[in-house]
Design a protein. Structure first.
Ligand code: THU
Length: 140
């Protein structure tokens, strides 16, 4: 029996949109969901989890990424992220940095409520010249 094919980009975006229902966002009222596909075809999901003290708020991406890492999946291929509203929600600066650690070449599909997602390559489009492990190793 062969393994199920990995989700398509459209399916990842649909999952990210659905995951907004799991968000806990009583303070901002802005729900974000995401779906992270690993190179070996596994999918990890997340939604933002806010906090009364505000700063402990965890973005959707920083729910999904550690789940992938602790499951042994560090090779990340595609992230779909969807926020409330019409415009695409792109990952915040902190999430860009956290994702860059593992996947400078990550394909990011940024979506809103409807329509096609905007596509980016993390290290090329969203965090050019980012600081990652290679810089520590070389000291440059
Ligand atoms: N948020 C995310 O979950 N991911 C992002 O990359 C952008 C921002 C959340 C954090 C907060 O709960 C809400 O959106 C408003 O900033």
């Amino acid at each position: 029996m062969s393994a199920a094919p990995p989700p398509t980009h459209d399916e990842l975006v649909a999952t990210a949109r659905r995951m907004r229902d799991r968000a806990y966002a009583p303070y901002s009222g802005f729900r974000v969901g995401c779906a992270l596909l690993t190179a070996d075809g596994r999918m990890f999901t997340g939604a933002n989890v806010e906090n009364a003290a505000y700063s402990p708020t965890i973005c959707a991406e920083r729910v999904a990424l550690p789940a992938a890492v602790v499951a042994g999946a560090r090779d990340l291929a595609v992230l779909a992220v969807a926020g409330d509203g019409d415009g695409p929600t792109t990952p915040c600066g902190v999430c860009r940095q956290v994702l860059f650690e593992f996947a400078p070449d990550l394909l990011v599909l940024a979506a809103g409520d409807t329509g096609p997602a905007a596509s980016y390559v993390l290290g090329r489009d969203l965090l050019p010249d980012g600081f990652g492990p290679a810089r520590l190793a070389t000291g440059t």
